[in-house]
Ligand binder design. Structure first.
Ligand code: ATP
Ligand code: MG
Length: 455
């Protein structure tokens, strides 16, 4: 075992069935099938990780992981519906239609579980699969609450690191020396905050202490992994708690450096209020089983950064439309250093931003064009959120809320009457300038912004 494992001075415990609340009726039948089959073949078979933790706190796990002393090949022989995956560390996936039960062989500490580091030394694989005992498997996990094993043989919970007490006391405690474990895998800092937010736990003080200092290490983590982690932080129904946790532990700047800077310089706190209002909405939608979109989420989380970049560019004298495009591109590109936001989300995110200035327009043609825009609904919902920051948008929100529900001809008639007699059939107000569209300068295709962006 590595010296990093300052394994807590806790003696192993087996908590019998009558002293815990993990019940087979809350475990997926497929996971139970896997556990029983392994057991019948003479192997140790345990439910492990997040599922045991969630069951102990009365939650409903979304997936069930199994740990065993059978090797992946032995697991494969037991299940027809089994695939072996992973190159370095092989895992068995037992597939039941849409449900996959992941079966992992006990491992020792050679793997840090991060998936971030290639364990190559000058091209040479340092270690191959290193199987271990259940105790070794427990201490290589991240938090004590995540290192509990539910044994199918006697329905007891096995605890090698003090996780049972920690769950009972609602604390997230890192196994081993916190600083060492964060250096091995900085994403553990996010996991501490995320799981505490999700479960309503506290991050134990020694586990929390190094986080603000080590937060910059997040930048070294794989951007794709950070993207996935963000979805879990903000789109699983506890986004507000996650955001406040990130702030409290000094992690926000590690994930969203420009947003953190913008929030800091926004003295009124309006932008932060807006972000929190958006996250509250998102949490509500998740609770109601309504769909939530990563594009909208990132539009929200990066809006402070976008506003700040826009102000800077405009203060340098750049024309509004061009400044908007540049700001959107700049914020996106900078953020990609940290988080791999796929283009299928970053493009609609930018559209949501760029459509914002079009809500102040009332010319008939433009109103109809905006209503027909595929991103209209998202952009409108975003506008409504901006009211949390400033009520200057109240009139626009009221107009567009009404416009969506009105029949087209009624809306047209209303717009014609407010545009006045000079408006032509195209809905143009002739007294206004009809400036030629400028080339956006950035050459980034059509972001759908018309020339009369908000002054
Ligand atoms: P959730 O699924 O609710 O996000 P989880 O704890 O199940 O939480 P997973 O990412 O599914 O998280 O990981 C399953 C288990 O693998 C964890 O409970 C933990 O025991 C272990 N694990 C996950 N990530 C790490 C890590 N970075 N370092 C060490 N162990 C980890
Ligand atoms: Mg899980």
């Amino acid at each position: 075992m590595q010296p990093t494992d300052k394994t807590p001075a806790v003696s192993p415990r087996s908590i019998p069935r009558d002293q815990h609340n993990v019940s087979r009726k809350d475990v997926s039948p497929n996971a139970l099938r896997v556990l029983y089959r392994l057991r019948e073949a003479g192997f140790g078979a345990y439910l492990v990780g997040g599922a045991v933790r969630d069951l102990l706190v009365g939650g409903h796990p979304k997936d069930f992981d199994v740990a065993t002393d059978a090797t992946p090949e032995q697991v494969k022989q037991l299940f027809r519906n089994c695939r072996l995956i992973g190159r370095r560390f092989r895992l068995a996936h037992v597939v039941f239609g849409r449900e996959i039960i992941e079966v992992a062989t006990f491992r020792s500490n050679a793997d840090d579980g991060s998936g971030d580091r290639e364990v190559h030394d000058g091209g040479r694989l340092l270690r191959d699969n290193v199987y271990g005992t259940i105790e070794e498997d427990a201490v290589r996990r991240d938090f004590t609450a995540n290192a509990l094993y539910y044994a199918i043989e006697d329905f007891s919970v096995r605890d090698y690191v003090g996780g049972f007490e920690d769950v009972r006391n609602k604390v997230m405690r890192l196994i081993g020396d916190p600083e060492t474990r964060y250096r091995e895998d900085p994403v553990r800092m996010l996991r501490a905050v995320r799981l505490a937010a999700k479960l309503g736990f506290e991050v134990e003080p020694d586990t929390a202490a190094p986080i603000p200092v080590l937060a910059p290490l997040l930048k070294e983590s794989a951007p794709a992994r950070l993207f996935e982690e963000c979805l879990k932080l903000f789109l699983s129904g506890h986004g507000v708690a996650s955001f406040e946790g990130l702030e409290r532990h000094g992690l926000l700047a590690g994930l969203f450096p420009e947003t953190a800077a913008a929030l800091k310089s926004n003295r009124s706190g309006a932008l932060r209020r807006m972000v929190l209002a958006g996250l509250r909405n998102t949490d509500q939608r998740v609770a109601n089983d309504e769909p939530v979109s990563p594009a909208f989420l990132f539009a929200l989380l990066l809006w402070p950064a976008y506003c700040r970049a826009l102000m800077q560019l405009q203060s340098q004298g750049m024309h509004a439309v061009e400044a908007q495009r540049r700001a959107a591109d700049r914020v996106t590109v900078h953020q990609l250093d940290t988080i791999a936001l796929p283009r299928r989300f970053s493009l609609p995110m930018q559209e949501i931003w760029l459509l914002q200035t079009r809500f102040s327009q009332r010319q008939r043609k433009r109103v109809f064009r905006l209503l027909a825009h595929p991103r209209f609904r998202a952009a409108f919902d975003f506008l409504a959120l901006r009211m949390a920051a400033s009520d200057e948008h109240a009139a626009d929100v009221a107009f567009w809320r009404e416009a969506q529900t009105q029949p087209g001809d009624a809306l047209a008639a209303q717009l014609d009457s407010t545009e006045g007699p000079a408006a032509d059939g195209e809905g143009r107000a002739p007294r206004k300038r009809r400036r030629r569209r400028r080339n956006g300068g950035g050459g980034h295709g059509d972001a759908g912004v018309s020339e009369s962006a908000g002054e």
